[in-house]
Design a protein around this ligand. Structure first.
Ligand SMILES: Cc1cc2nc3c(=O)[nH]c(=O)nc-3n(C[C@H](O)[C@H](O)[C@H](O)COP(=O)(O)OP(=O)(O)OC[C@H]3O[C@@H](n4cnc5c(N)ncnc54)[C@H](O)[C@@H]3O)c2cc1C
Length: 638
């Protein structure tokens, strides 16, 4: 006789089909020998029945609270959708969280050595961190993210909640069935649109979304860095560690699970110095089921991490480690690769190296083609990464790579998008994932509003999606904003009180950064400064939006080494506008409409009761240190 399965909650069941969802709250369960709930609540005399099955309805469900998922959820919420963000860990941030501590990089080093930093929601997060976490603490970063996400109206966050499977209605996902570990609660989240930003993509996979793993043959997409024959190899997971100088000798004896690191046989690309912050190359890939092997690989990775540390401490070759001791070893390996969903397009190496212009571009990347070797630390003779090539300029990522080919209401962002293994070797970088996240979040909100699928949105309304992204301070290479409805486009005159570079007219050219050697800014000479916009006819205005400077040629992400040099900074960008006022000329007199103090954002929005005017002026008083102020865009709306 087979063992009988006891349901989780009384007669509750794991819903599999659409008719199974919508169980009434508080529905009583049968009592009897199989009843799993026998709660005698002492002191009350009651025998209550906890009801821990909840069905909640949203417009958009986002799975995974890494860089991609956070930006997707915020974008969807800000564009009017009711959103839930489901994250299986107790903290946000994915690989950048204090549990894993990977640096949230973006387009950091193009061939010319310069960054081309991401703007939009990810920049807002990084700026928020610069203000709240000048000490560069990873545990504090977790709560900078928590603060950012939980202060967003329209957005519910469910931590410690795992999306276990999709509940289907035909080809569409009707709900995400989830389990919250800390409250023993089964959640069923229903929505119009689902965005899988979980990296591994369990929701999408259980919905039947087509996906691939492994390496494509070079002939399939004409990729020069792909292997001749397709194979199953996926880049691996890594356990990072950290150490500190204790000021006195610190002997180290390795734990029993340590695996010996054979440095003599290892490729010199596995650099042991600097050693303080651990080694990204303590990595184990897989040729098979990298998700299913995770726990076994984690055990080995811990062994290898301690093995490398043992070599540093006890081989006698690194006397500089004598006073160092481990003060953190991650218990959660960071992942690099598993499922890659299939969209209407598969991004590949020639698209990236050829800087292909996509009509439906919605994001960009530019980290090098940083393909790690098959096998990681168990493939010692090969370099840990091939670092095939750097890019001269950012490449575009098309919207068709961000939704499923066969599940009509599923979008994705992050490392699981529709791309080849070689494309992933660059695009997996977190700020790139974040841009994809903002794109799909915005797209999902538009799909809900219009009651259409992502494919229809991409086919018929791609301009609207791109325009919304640009308005929200995303950047799409080579795509200037046309800004429909922006009244500044109708202005007869735009001028400034002083100019040291660029010109005031450029504030309406639709480009929100200097690009390809062309200026798209106006910069004052000294402070205070003013920009004035004049119209021949009276305009009704209730919103003014400006994009100021945060220097996209310098990185501002949290780093464990708090690097301060030409391209990394731990400071609030001195260029950022701090104090400003906007005024309108009404019946010949200037009237103050709104003021701004201690600004923390690049995209600044002023909202006020509608006025009718023929002129506005923006008074710019102070930055966070720069002696001139630089703007990239001014928009006015009714
Ligand atoms: C050691 C290491 C070094 C790296 N170096 C860099 C670097 O320097 N810079 C850089 O930018 N990138 C780096 N990367 C790559 C980068 O971290 C990943 O590619 C990136 O995190 C992918 O982003 P994501 O948002 O798709 O996924 P993640 O960051 O993995 O976020 C996904 C989140 O979803 C959660 N989740 C998963 N399944 C479910 C589920 N079923 N239900 C609910 N939640 C779920 C996960 O727990 C996770 O928190 C590195 C990776 C590793 C491992």
């Amino acid at each position: 006789m087979g063992a009988s399965i006891i349901p989780l909650w009384g007669n509750a069941h794991t819903p599999q089909k659409s008719q199974d969802i919508g169980v009434e709250k508080g529905e009583s369960s049968t009592t009897g020998a199989n009843d799993p709930e026998q709660w005698h609540k002492l002191g009350t005399g009651k025998m209550p029945r906890p009801d821990r099955r909840k069905t909640l309805e949203y417009d958009v469900v986002v799975i995974g609270g890494g860089a991609a998922g956070m930006c997707a959820a915020v974008a969807a919420a800000r564009n009017g959708a009711k959103v839930v963000l489901v994250q299986d860990r107790p903290v946000l941030g994915g690989n950048s969280s204090s549990e894993i501590r990977v640096h949230l990089n973006g387009v950091n080093h193009l061939k010319n050595g310069e960054p081309e930093r991401e703007t939009g929601i990810i920049e807002e997060i990084l700026l928020h961190n610069r203000f709240c976490n000048p000490q560069d603490s990873y545990p504090v970063w977790d709560h900078v993210l928590y603060d950012f996400i939980t202060s967003e109206p329209n957005l519910d966050l469910k931590l410690n909640t795992t999306a276990i499977r999709a509940i289907m209605d035909g080809e569409r996902i009707e709900a995400a069935y989830c389990w919250q570990l800390t409250t023993e609660t089964e959640y069923t989240f229903k929505a119009d649109c689902f965005i899988d930003c979980s990296g591994d993509g369990l929701l999408g996979a259980t919905a039947g979304a087509l996906y691939r793993t492994g390496r494509e043959a070079s002939s399939e997409f004409n990729e020069k860095y792909a292997p001749k024959e397709a194979d199953g190899w996926q880049m691996g997971s890594t356990v990072l560690l950290g150490s500190k100088d204790m000021g006195r000798p610190m002997p180290f004896s390795p734990p029993h699970f340590t695996l010996k690191y054979d440095a003599e046989k290892s490729h010199p690309g596995r650099k042991l110095k600097p050693f303080e912050l651990g080694f990204w190359w303590v990595e184990l890939g897989s040729e098979d089921d990298i998700i299913g092997e995770f726990e076994d690989n984690k055990h080995k990775l811990l062994g290898y991490a301690y093995g490398v540390w043992d070599y540093l401490k006890n081989s006698g070759k690194f006397p500089e480690t004598e006073n160092y001791a481990l003060d953190w070893v991650s218990s959660l390996p960071g992942k690099r690769e598993s499922r890659r969903f299939l969209g209407d397009y598969i991004l590949c190496e020639p698209d990236m190296l050829g800087y292909r212009d996509f009509r439906d571009a919605v994001a960009f990347g530019g980290w090098s083609l940083d393909e790690h070797n098959p096998g990681g630390i168990e493939n010692l003779p090969e370099p840990p990464s091939y670092f095939h090539e750097k890019f001269e300029q950012p490449y575009q990522i098309p919207f068709r790579c961000l939704y499923s080919k066969n599940v009509p209401n599923l979008l994705f962002a992050g490392r699981n998008i529709s791309q080849t293994h070689i494309a992933l070797s660059s695009s997996r970088i977190m700020a790139t994932c974040a841009l994809e996240g903002q794109a799909v979040g915005t797209a999902a909100a538009l799909c809900v509003k219009k009651q259409i699928s992502p494919r229809e949105l991409g086919g018929k309304h791609i301009d609207e999606l791109q325009e919304q992204l640009l308005r929200d301070d995303a950047f799409i290479p080579n795509r200037a904003a046309k800004s429909p409805g922006d009244l500044v486009k109708k202005a007869s005159l735009i001028f400034a009180s002083s100019t040291s570079s660029g010109e005031a007219e450029l504030l309406k050219d639709g480009m929100s950064r200097d690009y390809h050697g062309k200026l798209h800014h106006w910069k004052s000479q000294g402070l205070p400064a003013e920009v004035q916009i004049e119209w021949e006819d009276r305009m009704k205005i209730s919103r003014i939006e400006i994009k100021c400077d945060t220097n996209v040629k310098r990185n501002i992400m949290l780093r464990r080494d708090s690097l301060e040099n030409k391209i990394y900074s731990t400071q609030v960008p001195p260029e950022l506008l701090k104090t400003a006022e906007v005024e309108a000329r009404i019946e010949g007199k200037w009237k103050r409409l709104a003021s701004l103090e201690n600004n923390r954002r690049r995209l600044i929005k002023f909202a006020f009761d509608p006025i009718e005017t023929t002129a506005i002026r923006i008074k710019l008083m102070e930055t966070y240190g720069a002696s001139d102020v630089k703007l990239f865009e001014i928009r006015c709306y009714d």
